[in-house]
Design a protein around this ligand. Structure first.
Ligand code: AMP
Ligand code: ZN
Length: 452
């Protein structure tokens, strides 16, 4: 398997540190509001990788954290008058539901930042002791010049590093690029007692502490979106390496490209976002998943409702082929086609994998046999597709429009009209159904239907 490593800017042959247990950490959500489709891209991308790793290795430990202490959460609590816990619990639940709708498997471990404050404080104490951090005015800062090889992941110049850290310009900083490990909380802000005064952790130290606790000092893969390379991942590396005698944090760093809208990054701050929740009301999760994986994960992916519609139509074609061959048996012993595996093993080439699924669907339509059907299903299922019953997929959801009973009643009425040679009435019913978004497909001794 070859994967692109952001650290070396090269595709590398993946060789796990311990083939009996592949370890992967992916930065998870800050839980203060519904996830938008951009936030879902890393989830679906790393879910695909997780599924592939699980196929290749006996055990994979996938850790994805929940950031449940953050200034954005505090601001939201202040604005809404709700308790922080109420917001984070509700948002975490919504996140789980939304990601499950996208057919993403849950990670093996989902650590919460607030449950790891002692681990963060221990890491901070170690960094101070080793001369990489200093406490001042209730803050603890990481001293960037104390690490000679700081910046290897993002390869930024010193000026860019300073510009990137400018949000935290403060008189107490020894160096302009220094970043916060701990910051003070006022009496009305959430905080924990510490040797530096009551306060709360910086975002970067959360991941370093949780990764160390659940995966050890060095693990195989660390992932997240492109925007996390700097400063978040660069700073995670600095903290962890400096605390752990320069042991690398992760061997392989993987980053997904941005989901964009008219070529702008989808983001909360630009306001150009669709929540996964809202999109699930207009399309099945599987169509969203297909849309999210339709481009290679390192490429930008421009989203539109048109693209979502196209993904839904593609799935209609795939499920339609399965419905038309429902009498053909599935043989679980038929292996996933080699070219399909090769595509995925080549740095998760999902567009190529979908092209192979397309070919299998065409082949199944032409020559319906067990071998083709089984190859199609085993390939598609591997990456989270075609896991639903074809008949129910084609019938869609009945949240609006005609109910299933009404549709079946109309189909029966049409059949009766035809039997009585009242073809005008039969056509009228077909048209009535079509106007309601129901397409009929007459088979030898049955009429199939689907929503469009
Ligand atoms: P955040 O909650 O903003 O920290 O984002 C959670 C995850 O979503 C991170 O891995 C981000 O890199 C990723 N992410 C946020 N916006 C986008 C986007 N528009 N496209 C792709 N990934 C994104
Ligand atoms: Zn992180």
């Amino acid at each position: 398997m070859q994967l692109y490593n952001t650290l070396t800017r090269e595709k590398e042959i993946f060789a796990p540190m311990d083939a009996r247990n592949v370890r992967m950490y992916v930065c998870g959500p800050t839980v203060y509001d519904f996830a938008h489709l951009g936030n879902a891209r890393p989830v679906v991308v790393f879910d695909t990788l997780y599924r592939l790793l699980k196929l290749h290795y006996p055990k994979v430990t996938y850790v994805r954290n929940i950031t449940d202490v953050d200034d954005k959460i505090m601001a939201k609590a202040k604005e809404s008058g709700e308790a922080i816990d109420t917001i984070t619990t509700r948002t975490t639940k919504a996140y789980h539901d939304d990601m499950a709708s996208l057919l993403a498997l849950p990670p093996d471990i989902e650590p919460r930042a607030t449950a790891h404050i002692p681990h963060m404080l221990a890491l901070i104490a170690k960094l101070i002791e080793k001369g990489h951090a200093y406490a001042v005015d209730g803050h603890v800062l990481f001293n960037v010049p104390s690490m000679p090889n700081y910046g290897e992941l993002s390869r930024r110049s010193r000026d860019e590093l300073i510009a990137g850290a400018r949000v935290e310009v403060a008189p107490y900083k020894k160096d302009a690029a220094d970043f916060v490990l701990w910051k003070p909380s006022t009496a009305d802000q959430v905080g924990w007692d510490s040797p530096y005064g009551r306060g709360r952790p910086g975002w970067h130290i959360e991941c370093s502490a949780m990764a160390k606790e659940h995966l050890g000092e060095t693990f195989d893969i660390h992932g997240g979106g492109l925007d996390l390379i700097f400063p978040h991942h660069e700073n995670e590396i600095a903290q962890s390496r400096c605390a752990h005698d320069d042991a690398p944090l992760a061997k392989l760093w993987m980053h997904n490209g941005f989901l964009t809208i008219n070529n702008d990054k989808m983001s909360k701050s630009l306001g150009n976002f669709f929540t996964v929740r809202d999109l699930l009301a207009i399309a099945p999760g599987e169509a969203l998943r297909l849309a999210l994986l339709s481009a290679h994960y390192r490429q930008p992916l421009d989203f539109s409702e048109e693209a979502l519609k196209k993904a839904k139509q593609t799935l209609d074609g795939w499920y339609g082929a399965l419905r038309n061959t429902k009498d053909i048996a599935f043989d679980a012993n038929v292996a996933v086609p080699e070219n399909f595996m090769a595509a995925l093993d080549d740095d998760l080439n999902t567009p190529q994998a979908f092209a192979i699924i397309h070919d299998l669907v065409s082949q199944l339509n032409k020559t319906p046999d067990t071998k083709t059907k089984s190859a199609l299903l085993s390939a598609a299922n591997l990456i989270g597709f075609l896991t639903q019953d074809a008949e129910s997929w084609m019938r869609g959801s009945s949240s609006d429009g005609l109910s299933e009973e009404q549709i079946l009643a109309l189909i029966t009425a049409r059949k009766d009209a035809k039997a009585a040679k009242n073809f005008a009435e039969a056509d009228r019913i077909r048209k009535e159904l079509l106007d309601a978004g129901i397409v009929l497909e007459d088979k030898a001794n049955d009429t199939l239907w689907r929503r469009v």
